[in-house]
Ligand binder design. Sequence first.
Ligand code: MF3
Ligand code: CO
Ligand code: CO
Length: 277
Amino acid sequence: MTENLAEDAAPVRDGQIKRHGPDGFAGMRKAGRISAEALDLLVDVVKPGVTTNEIDDLVRAHFLKNGAVPATLFYRGYTKSSCTSINHVVCHGIPNDKPLKDGDIVNIDVTCIKDGWHGDTSRKYFVGEPRRKAERLVEVTYEAMMRGIDEIRPGNTFGDIGRAIQDHAESQRYAIVRDFCGHGLGKLFHDAPNVLHFDDPGFSTAVLEPGMFFTVEPMLNAGRASVKVLADGWTAVTRDKSLSAQFEHSVGVTEDGVEIFTKSPAGLDHPPYLPKR
Ligand code: MF3
Ligand code: CO
Ligand code: CO
């Protein structure tokens, strides 16, 4: 059978869920690794007093050193190489010159483009000592993402991913943000489909097939689900100012399951970031 592989065509957003072959997997492995390494190197950097602009500079330098470029730089008017989302910021926080404070939680979201392929990943970091409430939210958010990823195999649907994430979050009394979702990616940064982090029976029935690439990136709020975007046009915050947390992996559907392209090579996928020994 002839396969219609996405890498054989021009990268256009046509609403279809693309399927990729071995070249795509190889490309995403490289891009994913560079982005994951950027997050690894920040483990020793994120502490009280450091600014998010300093973090952003390190991300950009790491990408350039590896022959990659930041996908967010000049993306739809965005001018930074990362998003840094602190405490009640849900996502798309813009790096600035304000120092991080003890007890903050900060999500750092990075995407590089390597040989045309996009590696998109984020982790939540503790700045100094986390408060118990923040620690629990972050743990549950990571676990929710991984339960979603565990559902990924040919024959399951996108709805199975969303339901697993929602079930876990809601069982711990956290709210899933509905205004932002995961996305197809590959040679495009944001492609079809929208990957919902909750079950929407009318929407999430598409079946997972080998070669599909997308992100899983749930945002969980300690309070209510609703968010608003600030006047800068990017920064999304919880309306009730409650804490929010997010993790993100870029994944590919394989013949019998899933490959996570953005796993930490150093085993630092979630806090507390104790290195593998
Ligand atoms: N990395 C984000 C995502 O997970 C997108 C950021 S776009 C930006 O999809 F312009 F805000 F950087
Ligand atoms: Co993403
Ligand atoms: Co991202």
